[in-house]
Structure formats: C-alpha cells, structure tokens
Ligand binder design. Structure first.
Ligand SMILES: NC(=O)c1ccc[n+]([C@@H]2O[C@H](COP(=O)([O-])OP(=O)(O)OC[C@H]3O[C@@H](n4cnc5c(N)ncnc54)[C@H](OP(=O)(O)O)[C@@H]3O)[C@@H](O)[C@H]2O)c1
Length: 281
C-alpha cells in the first residue's frame, strides 16, 4: 500500500525489536483492510525509553505497542494507565489521545481469554486453573483469569519467592504451590497455562505429569515457537483440548489496531498461516 501524507502511523518499541512479529501482523491487517497507515519497528534501548515514548505525540504517532524489556517501564512513562495495566504492573499498548497525552493499557490477558474463547469454547472457567511461571506474562495471565471468573489460580514457579511476591502484589485468588509439586496443582483444575519459557525452541521441554488433569480440562501454552510445544503434544495425546500461543499473540494485537486505525481486525485462519510462514523461517 502506498502511503499518503495523512497516513496514520503506529509501531512497536522493543530492544532488540528485530524478532518482533508485530510489524508483519499489523502490516497484514493494514493491507487487508486497505488502510492508509503504517506500523514500524522502533528499536529503543532502555536508557532512551522515556524519551521515545514522550516523543510519540510530537512525531504524529497514533500510538505504539511496547514489548520486551520495556513493558514495566512503560507504565511509568505514560500520562495515564488504566486500572488493568496498573494491576498487572505493565503496559503493552499506548495510544496518543487528541490532547496529545499518552494512555496505556495491557492487552496480553485479553489475548489469552479471546484465544481460549475462540480455540476452546466453554473452557471450564468455574474451576481452579494452574499457572506455571511467575514472570511478566504470568502477571497478565493471572489477572485475566481472575477477571474471567476463575475461582483459584494455583501458581507454580521454579523460584518460589518470585511466585510469592507476585501473589502479594496482585489482587487475585492465588495459591502458591511448589514447582516440584506442579502435577498436584492439576488435580481438579479446568485449565493449565504454561507461561514459562520451557518448551521454546532451544530450551528444554516442560516436564510435567498431566495425569491429574480432568479429561475436560484445557491446556494452553504461551510459547509459540514451536507452535506445537512438547506440552501441547503431550496434552493432545491424552485427548485434552489445547490452545497454542500464536492465537494469544494475534488476539492481543487487536485492541491496539482498533485504537490506532479505527477497525476491529479479524484473527482468521489466513492470518495464522501468514504469520506462521514467518515463524517457520
Ligand atoms: N503468546 C503470547 O502472546 C505471549 C505473550 C507474552 C509472553 N509470551 C511467552 O511467554 C514466555 C514467558 O515470557 P515472560 O515475559 O513472562 O518471561 P520472563 O519474565 O523472563 O519469565 C520467565 C519464566 O520462565 C521460568 N523459567 C525459565 N527457565 C526455566 C527453567 N529452566 N525451569 C523452570 N522455569 C523456568 C522463570 O522462572 P524463574 O522465576 O524461576 O526464573 C519465569 O517464571 C516466553 O516464552 C514468551 O515468549 C507469549
């Protein structure tokens, strides 16, 4: 698409940013909906983050996504963050308001829930969920699950103190369990979510006995390279419903696109194939 002088501009701020799939994803939607707009990678080192975010209005940006390692620092760099971003402690989507002030929110949890709703319809949200990992992604996942009505989040992390700190900071019904006891946390659970980096290409697989999970439980992995992680393969072999990490990545991008470019974009099978082509490289 050839841009006009009035094109709307957004981008993704990260360091490094070359690995980000967001320009390809938003570029697909801009092309698909024939929107006069662009979405660009913005490589910003930590020391220049505040300066870069503050410059968005002056440069005429409609807004930006924020990715690793800036999501926590972005919370302090916006003029106003919504209650969700403040609870999570991180911002991943910024919009520039008409008065040139910066509004921040966090759409990672929205991405998870939309992906579950689309990929595992009627997932059992009335039972406890087990969450593995207590890093940045886990915070958004736990808040989203609590807001979706999950009555208890059983949180297991290799470093137990990090899980306990997270449980102290986040207002949600969290029960911390030991990493070694992670299979026990699956007993009677409706959902298992892996938010650790285990199972990523190049990392060791996540070792867990899925035996205690009820037959109607759903297993979700945030890792999306490879798309079918050893955990998802193990769960599928047991006949459990599975939801991969790519869907969450695609859905979390929707609110930003809507804010900046004025259209609610669709997460379609064709989009998944388009982004997967890039992941396969
Ligand atoms: N699909 C999506 O849209 C989406 C969105 C966000 C993130 N993600 C993915 O989610 C994953 C986590 O991201 P993050 O930002 O939360 O990372 P992070 O803050 O670095 O947290 C990493 C987590 O993995 C755990 N971990 C790492 N190595 C481990 C090992 N050998 N054994 C057990 N646990 C281990 C860490 O435990 P310790 O605390 O003990 O170190 C921590 O809980 C990444 O793969 C990321 O790509 C996907």
């Amino acid at each position: 698409m050839i841009l006009s002088g009035g094109a709307r501009i957004a981008g993704v701020i990260g360091w490094p940013v070359a690995h980000s799939r967001s320009p390809r994803l938003h570029g697909y939607w801009l092309d698909r909906y024939r929107i006069d707009g662009a979405y660009v990678p913005l490589a910003v080192p930590p020391a220049r983050l505040a300066q870069a975010i503050a410059a968005l209005p002056a440069l005429g940006f409609a807004g930006a996504n924020v990715t690793v390692p800036h999501k926590e620092a972005a919370l302090a760099a916006v003029d106003e963050a919504d209650a969700l971003a403040r609870r999570i402690g991180a911002v991943n989507t910024i919009s520039v308001r008409p008065d040139a002030s910066l509004f921040g929110t966090n759409t990672d949890g929205y991405g998870l829930i939309q992906n579950l709703d689309q990929g595992a319809r009627d997932w059992p949200r009335d039972r406890p969920a087990a969450v593995l990992g207590a890093g940045g992604a886990a915070r958004a996942v736990i808040v989203a699950l609590a807001d979706a009505g999950v009555p208890e989040v059983r949180l297991c992390n290799r470093t137990r103190a990090r899980a306990e700190a997270l449980a102290d900071q986040i207002e949600a019904p969290i029960a911390v369990a030991g990493w070694e006891a992670r299979a026990g946390a699956l007993d009677g659970a409706g959902l298992l979510v892996n938010t650790t980096t285990l199972g990523m290409a190049g990392a060791e697989p996540l070792a867990i006995d899925l035996g205690p999970l009820p037959a109607d439980a759903v297993v979700a992995d945030l890792v999306y390279v490879p798309l079918v992680t050893p955990l998802l393969a193990q769960a599928a072999a047991r006949g459990l419903r599975v939801v991969d990490g790519l869907g969450m990545l695609l859905h979390q991008a929707r609110p930003g696109f809507r804010m900046w470019f004025g259209r609610d974009p669709e997460v379609s099978a064709e989009l998944r194939r388009f982004v997967l082509q890039d992941l396969a490289r």
